[in-house]
Each structure stands twice: as C-alpha cells, then as structure tokens.
Design a protein around this ligand. Structure first.
Ligand code: F6R
Length: 598
C-alpha cells in the first residue's frame, strides 16, 4: 500500500511532509522516511515503526523540496534499509514508491550485472537505480524511460540534486494527486495529505508524469507536454479526532446512529427512497445483480444479498474482487454489477471494475471516500456518507454499506407499495435500534474478558445471521489476533465440527424467527461436544436462551434492521477483546486501511 508525499515551497518543507505522512499512516505504518535537498545534496532520514518516530529523527532536515513515505511492506521486512526514500547509486536521486513492481527481480539482475549495488530488498529501489542509469541531464526523460520498463503498479515521487527546486512524479495504477496552495505545490497519494494546504487539486491519470515547482506544474504523457485542469478542493481541512473516546474504533462504533440518521435524511424524502444519482430505469432489464468487493465490504455484500434477493426476487451473487478479476469473463448482459468499497482505492476492486468496464457491463459503486478512483470507473456512484473512518478495522463504513444496499433494493421496488412501506419504516428505525444495541457495551466487555485468552473462537448463524457472523469473526481476528471462523450453522456438521472440544467458545447468532429451531439444533450439536455457547438472539426467544450458556438479548427487528445492526455487539466484543489483550486497536499489525496493492 504505502503513502507518498512531495512538497516544493519557498521554505522548509519537512514539517509539511511529516504532517502529510501522519494523515496517510492509514495506508501503512511499518516504517517511514523523508528526503530533502539541502545545499545540492540529498539528506534523508528513515525510521522503522510509526510515522510519529520520524518527528525526532527528521528534526535536523532542512530543504525547500522534499518527499516522504509511510510503508506497508510488500518486498522485504520492515527495516530501515527497506524503508523509503531510496537513493540512487550516484546519490543524485531519491525516490518514494507506492505500488508493486512485478518485474523487479529481472530488472535488479540486469542492473546488478552493470555493477549497481542494491542497498535494500525492495522492488522500489530498482526504479531509482534505473532512473540514475537512464539519466542524461533531463529527469523527466529519465523517469519516463524508467517507468516504461516497469510492469505492475506505481505512484512515484522523485527529487534530483541537479534540480533542487523540483519534485518529479509518475503514476500507473496507484493513486497520485497534485495540489496547489498559496505558497507551495504538493503531491500525495490521498487528498487527506493535501487538504490542509491545497486550494486546488488535479488527479494524475495512468501514464502521466509531472514536474512540480513551488509556483508551477508541467505535465507530460508519452514524452510530450500536456495540459491538465486543476479543480477547487471539495474536502478542505478534513478533521478527524477521537473526541472523548479512547480509540478511533470505539468512536466510530458510537458514530453509527448519527451516520444512519444522515443516510436516512439523504435517502428518504416524504417516505420515499430517493437515488437522484441513478438512472430511474437502471433496473428495468436487469436479471442478475453481481456484487463485488473485498474484506468487510464483501461481508456487507453478503448481508445485502439476502435482503436484495428477498426484495427484488432476483439472483444476487457476491464475489471477492481478487477472485473475480482473474475468473473466466462471462457476458454481462442483463447484469448490474455493484462494487462496494469504503476507500474506493482497493486495488482488487478497482481491477474488477476495470474488467467490468472493458466488458461494457453496467455498474454502480457504493463508496465512502469522495472522488476516489472507483467512482471514476463505474457508471454511477452512491456515497455511503459515513464520514472519515480512521480505525483500520471498519465499523461505521460497513453498516453504512449494508444500509445503502438495502435502500437500493427498496428503491428498485419503489412502485410496489406493499414492500415499500414496511421496509422503509424498518430503515427509519435503524438509528434508534443502533442506540439500543450500543447498550450491549457492558455485556460485550464482560464476554470479551471471558474470551480474551482463547486461541480459537467460532461464530455460527444462518441466512442474514451467517452474513453477520462473517463480519463478527473478521472483526475479532483482525484486531485481537484470536483465530476465529464463521460457519453457516447448518454446514458445521460437514467437517468443521471436528474442531469443537471441551470449552470451545461458540457465538451463535439467531435473530430470524423462522430459523430459530434450526439454529437451536446447531447449538445443541456443539454443546454436546463440550462447547460453551454465547447466543445473540431475540429478547423473547427463551428456547435459544435455554440451550445457551449466555445470551445477549436483542430487540425483535425487521430483517433489514438485523442485517445492518446485529453486528454492533460483535464490533464491541472485538474492540474490548483487543483492548484486554493489549493490541493496537486502531492500527492492527500487518494491516492498512486502504489496500492499494494486489
Ligand atoms: C476490515 C476491513 C477490510 C476492508 C477491505 C476492503 O475491517 O476494513 O477488510 O473492508 O480491505 O476495503 P474497502 O472497503 O476500502 O475496499
């Protein structure tokens, strides 16, 4: 993943680069570095670990142009040598890179054969060495020649001692945005790093290069200068703070009722669901809905699938973007593809969207981050309006995605009054139900204490409960590092039940009245084998309570409300379990907020 920043200004840029990196830390946080040009030489400082450690390390740096990087390792461990910026063998260039170079081994061998010594194990270092080797006095030409030889994805920023007032950059497949402010020019992987300084921004497209000075930009494509327009920045000074909460994740869990309210305000007008961004006829000849996403967004797709199928009576399939992108392409006639992504920058989802576009399929994206890459690859974008999500583990982003999918299903059936009324009323009750479910906090904390020493935990459920179980399990494992799995309750007996032994903790999700008896049978099956069962069920469901060791009772709700809200006690469970295990809740190990590499 990684985040890159570059600045050119009339004064020292180190602090601005550092601040930019802090705001990009969600993209990776295993090492960081800054390089500037001072008195015709490159000065560079790097640290392993968090960006905050750079403050001290980089305090002696001074330069009017510079570049910075926060890393999520793909090639080589999180060491200082592998941290960016990387310097060329002749000391003339420093470079930062976001992406993956797939032919780096081949290029490395070629350069090593010419006597160039590599200082890191990264794929990125080959780029700066190639540039130095190609250099004949024009950095744009050398950069262009180097990137033409790369396969994979990249956004790179480069400084050169011969041009001490310029930053150079190139892009293919990874995001890169240029910005212009009162006294500086800048570039970064994400608008978040630019918003405190920039008045206008310009997104680079694949194949474009730039040279940036404090008071001007030159853009190039295929070796020729091109004109590009800057637009007013829409998201100025995006502020994110934890308020009274100990962690962003807890704050974001508690943000959910407000997010749900703002979605309702935007999407329900006079009791009717509205999607003014969509062509009113978009569903008229649709025979299949194909949802594509990754991680929690995929789980949101599974939850949405049950609701959409019920409302629309259409086949709905959900694919992992990483699988979809390499599967045999099938004709997309009669299919509406729905991409779901909080960041809108997930590489696999973007690749899937490019493929659907290539196949001329019709598509809608459900996205949180405004103007992100995915929004430009789909025919229509529906923003989830969840606000900035800082914790790496998504919470409000996920519930906003499920809610938007449900609203989309209701909108598609807007001419069928009977379906509509009940479903729309259900949506309207979501903020209130969310508030009630946040009241399970103490119970979730108590259960967290009981599972904090476990090595494996299981979640079972059927239908929507199964979809929520998938997300509950992902939440727990990603932030507490306890191994957990979710199973469709009826599937357990086909093999996985072999894992159950005396004392195994199993969470049984059971909100659907018609399936209660079936889930009770599954609970009995695991209890017979020694499991300790914590059930989340309707408060009136005495039968489930009777067969379980503990119960978190939830109100009786419409399936739409269950699909959106049932996850809340499990978000809290994951949060408190991670807390009692001393884990880094907002920045779990090995993860990053936006997965911009394959
Ligand atoms: C888990 C989580 C990830 C993301 C996934 C897709 O808490 O946040 O699984 O859901 O990486 O990210 P987006 O939604 O940005 O495409």
């Amino acid at each position: 993943m990684c985040g890159i920043v570059g600045f050119a200004a009339g004064e020292n840029v180190t602090d601005d680069i550092f601040a930019g990196l802090l705001s990009l830390e969600y993209r990776g946080y295993d090492s960081a570095g800054i390089a500037v040009i001072r008195d015709g030489r490159i000065e560079c400082e790097k640290v392993t670990g968090r960006v905050s450690k750079l403050k001290e390390a980089a305090k002696g740096l001074f330069g009017k142009v510079g570049i910075g990087h926060t890393r999520w390792a793909t090639h080589g461990a999180a060491t200082k040598a592998n941290a960016h910026p990387h310097l060329s063998y002749d000391g003339r260039f420093a470079l930062v890179h976001n992406g993956i170079i797939e032919n780096s081994t081949e290029l490395k061998n070629e350069l090593a054969g010419l006597g160039i010594e590599f200082k890191s194990e990264t794929d990125s270092e080959v780029i700066v060495q190639l540039i130095a080797k190609n250099y004949l006095g024009d950095p744009v030409k050398a950069l262009d020649a180097a990137v033409r030889r790369l396969t994979g994805s990249f956004a790179v920023a480069l400084i050169c001692t011969d041009f001490p007032t310029s930053v150079f950059a190139a892009k293919k497949g990874s995001p890169l945005i240029a910005g212009v402010g009162k006294a500086s020019a800048m570039l970064a992987s994400d608008i978040l790093a630019l918003s405190p300084h920039a008045d206008k921004i310009c997104r680079l497209e694949d194949g474009e290069l730039l040279e940036m000075r404090k008071n001007g930009f030159g853009f190039y494509k295929e070796g020729k200068p091109i004109e590009k327009e800057f637009e007013e920045i829409k998201m100025k000074n995006i502020k994110t703070d934890k308020g009274q909460f100990e962690h962003f994740m807890l704050k974001e869990i508690f943000d959910q009722p407000e997010v749900a309210k703002s979605i309702i305000e935007k999407r329900i007008k006079n009791d009717e669901v509205v999607f003014p961004e969509l062509d009113p006829e978009i569903f008229s000849d649709i025979k299949h809905i194909s949802i594509i996403a990754c991680g929690s967004a995929y789980n949101a797709g599974i939850a949405g699938k049950y609701i959409l199928k019920e409302l629309m009576r259409l086949p709905v399939t959900v694919s992992l973007a990483s699988e979809y992108r390499y599967a045999t392409p099938l004709p997309l006639e009669g299919t509406l593809t729905v991409f779901i992504s909080q960041s809108g920058e997930t590489a696999d989802t973007i690749a899937a969207a490019e493929r659907v576009r290539f196949l001329r399929g019709r598509s809608v994206s459900i996205v949180n981050v405004k103007d992100s890459t995915l929004t430009r690859l789909s025919d229509y974008t529906l923003y989830t309006e969840a606000g900035p999500e800082v914790a790496v583990a998504t919470t409000k982003g996920y519930t906003a995605q499920v809610m938007t999918l449900c609203l989309l299903g209701i909108w598609a059936k807007r001419n069928e009054r009977s379906v509509l009324f009940e479903a729309t009323e259900a949506i309207k009750s979501i903020p209130e139900i969310m508030l009630r479910l946040l009241g399970t906090k103490d119970k979730a904390e108590e259960l967290a204490k009981r599972i904090r020493k476990e090595t494996s935990v299981y979640f079972i459920g059927r239908n929507i409960d199964y979809a929520v179980a998938l997300e509950a399990s992902l939440k727990l494992k990603e932030i507490s590092y306890i191994h957990s799995e979710a199973y469709a309750a009826g599937e357990l007996k086909h093999g996985s039940i072999a894992l159950i032994e005396e004392g195994t903790k199993v969470f049984a999700l059971s909100l659907i009245p018609e399936l209660t008896d079936k889930t009770i049978s599954s609970i009995r099956e695991v209890k017979t084998r020694g499991a300790c069962v914590f059930a989340v069920c309707r408060e009136e469901d005495g039968a489930t309570a009777e067969v379980s060791d503990e119960v978190i009772p939830l109100p009786v709700v419409h399936p739409i409300v269950g699909a959106v809200c049932e996850v809340i006690p499990f978000q809290l469970l994951a949060y408190f379990t991670a807390k009692y295990r001393g884990a880094d809740i907002d920045k779990p190990r090995n993860l990053a907020k936006s997965v911009t590499v394959e």
